[in-house]
Design a protein around this ligand. Structure first.
Ligand code: OOG
Ligand code: NI
Length: 452
């Protein structure tokens, strides 16, 4: 290796996600407690279920578990979103999917920056849910302009980070030393600032428009507002949170508890009330919280259509009955979805990644199912790497308070988001189906079963 050899973007992402985790643990000690709880529960789950453990190991999933987390940030302007896109690209993170939260009464639209290649996901799937404030939805136009003016004055990426981003773009990568410097500089963007950039009066006006607007506009930068470790058993973590002094939100977002995990289940603990100084006047602000997630298999468009309908039906039925029986309604709505991997696969409801097993095949097989049944071909579930808009809205709202559930009438606006981003978002379904098709082609070649 020469002195100027570039390190892999996956390594930069791992350095960065570790540095973020260390910083957030210092800033929000409850996050550290939650991490310990998740580690204990994951350990116990793997001990109790050796089959799960060996399946995760064989699929290359076990190593990523301990490093796995996602974070979230909220940005104010198109320039900020473009700068963040360039910063994340250095770490091999690209914008996947468009999420419109305005339909849920939250004045933002979002994407998730994440790795897209299977090998990179296995190494470290760190993702950041990134929202852009929609000041166009604010009715009080004078306040919206004031907010824009305040935002235009701040610079959220340091000069040092910009320099290294340019070097990475020009040279196609960073050396180890440059990567270390880059991570140190990049961290500055996401740090918490106790000193607000606005006075109490402006802050109050912004809160009245929407608490989220105040959170974005009043500070020097887009503080990381939560970091979320991945658990293998969210129901146990949820019930054990109070024993460790953490108060979880009432319901787990997403699909019900099932034998075969699908998509994403999430729960969070309430945002902390933190002391903030508004131009010399001490006050407080609530923004930062903790969250845990349990990830299951990614669903195909057909599976996803089932999911979306089941969630909508459950919410409508629960609203009619006052919300008391949400959990049982949710279970009932999912009862007709197959609860084993092979049926989900055969019905084309979920995405898989294929690999050749140890067993040899002498003859030409008639179909894929036959190869799987004989043990020649193994179908591993593809983990869902993205987010769910209804769940995200629930996470936002649990940390904003009920008074902020206003309705915005604007239509979703992916074009405006992509203009601000300076790029198109990647279609998540295309990523899962490409991984499925590529892995199947490779496995069939290895097995001499290319005719299938
Ligand atoms: C993001 C909330 C959404 C998730 O996991 O769905 C989210 C935010 O509060 O900024 O993180
Ligand atoms: Ni989250």
């Amino acid at each position: 290796m020469t002195m100027t050899a570039h390190i892999h973007p996956d390594e930069i992402r791992t350095l960065f996600s570790q540095a973020m985790s260390d910083m957030y643990r210092k800033e929000v000690p409850q996050y550290g407690t939650l991490m310990e709880l998740v580690r204990d529960v994951n350990h116990a789950t793997l001990q109790a279920d050796p089959a799960l453990k060996s399946r995760l190991r064989a699929a290359g999933e076990l190593d990523r578990l301990d490093v796995e987390r996602h974070g979230a940030i909220r940005l104010g302007t198109a320039q900020e979103l473009k700068a963040i896109r360039r910063m994340f690209a250095v770490m091999g993170m690209y914008p996947v999917s468009y999420y419109d939260l305005s339909v849920a009464g939250i004045p933002v639209h979002s994407t998730a920056f994440r790795p897209v290649e299977q090998a990179s996901l296995q190494r470290n799937p760190f993702r950041v849910f990134t929202s852009l404030l929609r000041l166009d939805l604010v009715e009080n136009r004078a306040l919206a302009e004031k907010a824009e003016h305040i935002l235009n004055k701040r610079q959220i990426v340091t000069d040092g980070a910009f320099k290294l981003i340019e070097i990475a773009e020009k040279q196609g990568g960073l050396t180890q030393q440059q990567a270390n410097d880059f991570v140190r500089e990049a961290l500055e963007t996401f740090r918490w600032h106790r000193d607000a950039t606005v006075d109490t009066e402006t802050y109050t006006q912004l809160v009245e428009a929407h608490r989220l607007i105040a959170d974005v506009v009043s500070f020097k930068g887009p503080h990381i507002n939560h970091l979320t470790p991945r658990t293998l058993d969210i129901d146990t973590v949820q019930t054990q949170m109070p024993q460790r002094g953490i108060a979880p939100k009432a319901v787990i977002e997403g699909p019900p508890s099932r034998k075969t995990d699908i998509l994403l289940r999430q729960t969070s603990f309430k945002a902390l009330d933190e002391e903030v100084v508004f131009q010399g006047v001490t006050g407080s602000h609530t923004a930062r919280f903790g969250e845990i997630e349990q990830r299951g298999i990614a669903l195909t468009p057909a599976g996803r259509a089932f999911y979306d309908k089941a969630i909508t039906d459950t919410r409508e039925a629960a609203a009619k009955s006052g919300g008391e029986n949400y959990t049982s309604l949710l279970k009932a709505a999912f009862s007709s979805l197959p609860d084993d991997l092979e049926t989900l696969r055969q019905q084309g409801l979920a995405f898989f990644s294929y690999r050749a097993g140890n067993r040899k095949v002498a003859n030409k097989a008639a179909n894929i199912s036959e190869l799987i049944a004989s043990g020649a071909l193994i179908a591993d579930p593809q983990i869902y790497e993205d987010f769910l808009p209804v769940s995200a809205a629930g996470i936002f709202q649990s940390n904003l308070g009920a008074e902020d559930q206003s309705n915005f009438s604007a239509a979703s606006n992916q074009d405006a988001f992509e203009d601000a981003l300076g790029a198109k978002v990647i279609d998540e379904m295309a990523l899962y189906s490409r991984i499925e098709a590529d892995s199947l082609a490779i496995a069939l070649t290895q097995l001499g079963q290319n005719h299938l």
